[in-house]
Ligand binder design. Structure first.
Ligand code: SAM
Length: 305
């Protein structure tokens, strides 16, 4: 499971499977009584992956860790609002980094003329595009997949695909940064900055402020393993008990603080911590131990100069 330079994956393998995990949690949210967002495509992706032999986590797992379901739903909602606000301010060029099975290009009410570029590994985007095509689903914006690894020269691939760096862009990095080494994260932001015209916006799920502190990660690992074990015991199929821990796919290194970096580079920045965001959406992790609520923040930057 260890990561290597230049590793690659399909949708049911390694880091690719984390995109399925997110789709699975969005499908669960979609089926709640009062969902924070509408994503009819998440279940479609899960079903297509199950056809390929992927085994979703047992539903009992989400029941048990309410904070995980609440976190994933709040994160999706925050990025939905980020893009809608960018559109309301006239930004019609969007780049979703590590898009995975994000279905925003098919489900958000984009302003007329919006182009959505999605970057992810080739086999991940191929699975997604193929699933949408098989279900004859049409995007709500002009959709341009850019299949390339983010450790490669993606700015060139983006430009070749039609991206215009002289126009303001709305960028998103959701569920991405731990899968890049700290140096790769620095390079990512340098590139975003270079490609951002004045007025551009960036939405980031940031993992600084102690997220990679070993004691925190270890207690999180142990608690999640225990939840998985209990969920596996309750599941009639016995699934879940031996699932891998996503931490094994992360580069657990302290990183440049995103808010400080953006501020230093002339972006106006606002930020909200995960617990406050979940509270805002009525998804607070009441009764759950702190170490299941990720120590993340949701950072929005606007390029002022
Ligand atoms: N942003 C999506 C969402 O929230 O639904 C997907 C999040 S998923 C946890 C992580 C995604 O990052 C996967 O789709 C994976 O393929 C992508 N990813 C991670 N490292 C990458 C890299 N070096 N190049 C391209 N994609 C990468």
């Amino acid at each position: 499971m260890a990561r290597t330079d230049g590793d690659s994956w399909g949708i049911t393998e390694s880091v690719g499977a984390t995109a399925l995990g997110v789709a699975w949690s969005r499908a669960l949210e979609q089926n709640t009584e009062c969902p924070l967002f509408t994503d009819p495509y998440a279940q479609m992706f899960v079903d297509a992956a199950v056809e390929q032999g992927w085994q979703p986590p047992p539903a009992q797992m989400a029941e048990r860790i309410r904070s995980i379901g609440g976190y994933a739903a709040s994160r999706t909602k925050w990025f939905d609002e980020f893009f809608i606000a960018a559109g309301a301010n006239g930004i019609d060029q969007v780049v979703i980094l590590a898009a995975g099975l994000d279905a925003r290009a098919w489900r958000l009410p984009w302003i007329g003329g919006t182009v959505v570029y999605e970057i992810d590994q080739p086999r991940v985007l191929a699975f997604k595009v193929d699933t949408m095509r098989r279900h004859e689903v049409q995007p709500t914006a002009r959709y341009i997949p850019v299949p390339i690894d983010l450790r490669e020269d993606w700015p060139r691939a983006l430009r070749d695909a039609g991206f215009d760096a002289s126009e303001p862009t709305a960028w998103a990095a959701e569920g991405l940064l731990p899968y890049l080494p700290a140096s790769g994260q620095d390079l990512l932001f340098e590139r975003i900055h270079r490609l951002s015209a004045r007025g551009s916006r960036v939405g980031v799920e940031s993992f600084d402020a102690g997220f990679f502190e070993p004691g925190y990660l270890e207690s999180r690992r142990q608690r999640l393993a225990e939840y998985r074990r209990q969920a596996g015991e309750e599941d009639p199929n016995g699934a879940g008990g031996d699932a891998f821990d996503v931490q094994d796919l992360w580069y657990t290194e302290e990183r440049t603080e995103v808010t400080a970096w953006l501020t230093d580079h002339g972006w106006d920045v606002t930020s909200i911590g995960a617990a406050d965001l979940m509270d805002r959406y009525g998804r607070c992790a009441a009764g759950e131990p702190d170490d299941t609520t990720p120590r993340t923040a949701f950072v929005e930057g606007q390029r002022a100069c």
